[in-house]
Each structure stands twice: as C-alpha cells, then as structure tokens.
Ligand binder design. Structure first.
Ligand code: UTP
Length: 474
C-alpha cells in the first residue's frame, strides 16, 4: 500500500519526502507511528530555520551593534552594601512565606557529554552520600518550605526521552518527601543533515528528534497536562504564584530561591533576573550578559567574537565579565506575555546524530553531521521591561556537572561540594584539614535538611570539633 497521498504531498511540498522511503517495508504499526510523528512536525517553521541556520554560513545570533557591559549588583564590599543585601533577603523571605514563588528545574537535556545511563538528575553526585542531583535539589526545596512555613511547589521539566524514568525515580524515593511536585515535558525538534537540510531518520519509521532547548521551558509551562488539565502556568496563577525561580539540574551548588536574589529582583520590579559570576579568562565557556544597542542580552560563548571577549578595562579586568550561570528569576506574567506576543529565536547546534542511510543501514558518524535547533531561555532577556543582574561567588554557587572527566566532571563537582561544606563547618568553629592548595582531602557533605546555609549550621555544631574523616551531616 502506498503512503497516504496527503502525507506524501505535504512532505514533498517541504522537500522532505525521503522520510517515506522505507514505507513499503513497514508493518501497520510502524506506518502509523511514522504518520503520527510526521504529522506532529511543524514543517513551515522548519523550512525557515533550515534556510536561516543550515543554508546560511553565519548564525543569525551573532552581535548586531555596539556592545557594552551591563550594570550589575556587585558582591557587597561595604557595610551599606551588606545592609542592602540583608534588606533584600527580608523581602525575599516574605515572598517565600506568602507562597508567591515556584521552583522550576530544567532537566530535559540529553546529557551527552556526561555519557551517563539515565537522566542526569539521577546521577549520584553527593561526595559522601552519593545522593542524586534531584535529591539534593529536592532537599533544598523541602528545607526552604520548612524554614518559611510554606511548602514551595516544584516543577520539573523532562523531555519525551527521559520523562518516564524521571518520574519513576522520584516515585521510588517517595518524591523525597515533597508535598508538591509536578513534572512537565518539553517539546522536540527534528535534526537535519548539515549539508542538505533533510530531516534525518533515527529509525525507518521515526524522524530523528531531540529536545528543543531549555528555552522550550516557556512553551512547555503553558501546555495542558497530559490528561488535558490545567497547564503549569494556569495552576501557578490559580495558586497565587507570581515568581518563578529557574535553574538547571546539573549544578548542585545552586542556592535555590535565594531570598537575596528574590528580593533584589522584586525591588527592581524586574521581569527577569540573572545571577552572574566574574569570568576568569576571555575564552571561558560562559555566556556573557551585556547591553547591545541599548537592550540587555546574553551572548553565548560560541557567538562572542574574540575581539570583544578580550576587551579589558583600564585596570586590567575583562570588560564583558558578567558570565551567566543559568540561574534566573522570571515573573509569571512576563512568561505569559512572551507566550502570547513573542517567541524566542532558535539557535543551531552542530552535533553527531546517528541516522539510517538510503540503504537502510544505521550510520554512527565520527564527525558532526547534523544541525539541531534549540531555544535558549536567556533570549527572553531583551524582551524584559526591567531586569536585575546580580553577582555571586562562583565557589559558593556554581559547579555544573557536564563532562565524564576533566573540568565540570564528577570529580571536580564533588571536590567543590566538599570544599564549600568544609568552609561552612570552619565558619561554625570546626577544624577541617586542608591541602596546600586549600582543598579538603576527603569528602565533606551536609544535607540541606540538616543545614541550608552556614548560619543554620552554626546553631548545630560544637565549636572546636575536629573533622578528620569523610563526614555526611544529615
Ligand atoms: P546543556 O546545554 O548543558 O545540555 O543543558 P545537557 O543535556 O545537560 O548536556 P549535553 O550538552 O548533552 O552534554 C543545560 C541544562 O539545560 C537542560 C539540561 O537538562 C541541563 O539542566 N536542558 C537542556 C533542557 O532541560 N532541555 C534541553 O533541551 C536542553
């Protein structure tokens, strides 16, 4: 039986008729699957993206005008600045106590560089406990709810590929005792051949698709639940949530719903806020927050021309130093406005994507062969009416798990966690040995349920206590 004529005609109009090449070989179930997957593709949008991001040499996301540094709330150096942060913390705490804040973790990525079997959030990262990233985040959310007398709702974004496994993981752990967890799934985009723009086949009955980037969070938040119930945004609105705290699953040091950050965001009447750290060197792989032709924006490290990255202040520091750590606050109403009036641009990612060739054989490419299309959450910034950009200390808040070895790997993340918690213990009066380079020689870990910050720890530790072996306080 030939393919349905409307299906074939639609694909032919967009130059993608090769997706039906193996139709004759497929059984009824595989044909139904292929027809359904093709029907879900937005081929008109895809045509435009292929035109812009595959057939054109230059990515359309490069800089378009004069770029200058953005104003940042710097780390406090004076008493007055410290007092301002304390006031911000009080304001943030009252937002949490009033139930105005929801927490959003994005965990839909493929985690290809880490190469771990399973969703990255399930990776056992705790240096002593081997607690998963999800457990560490969930315990912070639970501890915050306890502290502020109001459970915080947690929203976890998954992808179609890791959704079932993520939900099963939370279920196996009784949702880490959280009262309010909701999972929502992001969308997918097809991967196309880099040279021709043709959609790749992952199987004879299935186009190659992958998650549509962390910018897909916004659309996913507005999608009805699987059973047709209210979207996450509808639920938030109904429950009086005004503000979303957003972060990525791979950073166990993140200070979730940091009251100082929340308070500074609210005081600035901001639509969207960013935490930034000082970039260490021009090539460091962090997007920088800048002002371009009067509007705030983030330039991805891969799009930042070397001449700009290397520009220096008279005192020698990098001029564009404000590196984004992908920790954001977004007003719910701003997200709703973005969804009705505007849309985030797509970026191209050039990747290795296995595919079925014309002969029906699986090819695993040695070199990047495909273009994927992704939206990035930080592209919402230029559309904000107001914003706040807040500096934080890298050692205290940022060490993402990206790679299997080398930088940003399990070894570096566990070391940084141990160093951080050892610092908390020392501030509480404990003694912890340090190597010559300042790092601790064994695992030190504190469950967020034991202490959420150094002040809380101080009330629980006897000054003078000596720590001589791996320790997990919980
Ligand atoms: P990365 O861009 O670092 O990707 O995502 P990744 O999936 O973790 O790893 P690689 O690049 O495949 O090795 C940063 C964060 O954004 C989330 C990821 O789960 C991670 O928390 N993300 C990324 C999504 O939720 N969806 C996406 O489509 C992409």
């Amino acid at each position: 039986m030939p393919p349905p004529t409307d299906l074939a005609a639609r694909l032919a109009r967009h130059g993608q008729e090769h997706l039906l090449r193996f139709w004759d070989e497929l059984d009824a179930e595989a044909r139904a699957r292929l027809a359904a997957e093709v029907a879900s593709l937005d081929l008109v949008r895809l045509d435009a993206l292929i035109n812009d991001l595959v057939h054109r040499e230059e990515p359309s996301t490069a800089t378009t005008g004069p770029v200058r540094p953005i104003e940042v709330v710097r780390l406090p150096r004076t008493d007055a600045e410290r007092a301002a942060r304390r006031r911000a913390a009080e304001r943030g705490a009252s937002m949490l106590a009033a139930g105005e804040v929801a927490v959003v973790i994005v965990a839909g990525g493929m985690g290809t560089r880490l190469g771990f079997e399973g969703p990255k959030g399930t990776y056992p990262i705790g240096p002593v406990s081997a607690a998963s990233l999800f457990q560490i985040h969930a315990e912070k959310v639970a501890a915050l709810g306890r502290r502020h007398g109001r459970p915080l709702p947690l929203y976890v974004m998954t992808s179609p590929d890791n959704h079932a496994e993520t939900v099963a993981f939370f279920d196996r752990h009784d949702r880490f005792g959280l009262e309010r967890v909701r999972f929502f799934t992001q969308g997918r985009m097809p991967a196309v051949d880099r040279a021709t723009g043709k959609i790749l086949l992952a199987e004879k009955c299935s186009p190659a698709q992958s998650p549509d980037g962390h910018g897909g969070t916004l659309r996913a938040l507005s999608a009805p639940s699987a059973g047709g119930g209210p979207s996450c945004l509808d639920e938030m609105r109904a429950e009086g949530v005004r503000t979303l705290f957003y972060f990525q699953v791979d950073n166990p040091l993140v200070r979730i719903a940091d009251p100082v950050f929340l308070g500074l965001h609210r005081a600035a009447n901001a639509d969207m806020s960013f935490k930034v750290i000082e970039k260490l060197f021009p090539e460091e792989r962090l997007g920088v927050v800048v002002v371009e032709v009067g509007a705030p924006k983030v330039i991805e490290y891969s799009d930042l021309p070397a001449a700009l990255a290397e520009r220096r202040e008279p005192e020698g520091g990098l001029e564009l130093w404000a590196g984004s750590i992908a920790v954001h606050i977004l007003e719910r109403e701003f997200v709703e406005k973005l969804l009705t009036n505007l849309s985030l641009p797509y970026h191209r990612a050039i990747k290795k994507v296995p595919y079925i060739d014309d002969q029906g054989e699986l090819v695993v490419p040695a070199e990047p062969n495909a273009v994927k299309f992704e939206q990035f959450i930080f592209d919402a910034l230029p559309m904000a009416r107001s914003w706040s950009i807040v500096e934080t200390d890298r050692a205290k808040e940022f060490e993402p798990l990206k790679n299997a070895t080398g930088p940003d790997s399990p070894a570096t993340v566990r070391q940084r966690m141990s160093d951080l918690y050892a610092g908390w213990l020392e501030r509480a009066g404990a003694q912890v040995p340090r190597r010559a380079d300042g790092t601790v020689p064994f695992g030190v870990e504190i469950s967020p349920l034991f202490a959420l910050d150094p002040d809380e720890l101080r009330s629980k530790i006897k000054p003078g206590v000596e720590i001589n072996a791996p320790v997990y306080l919980r």
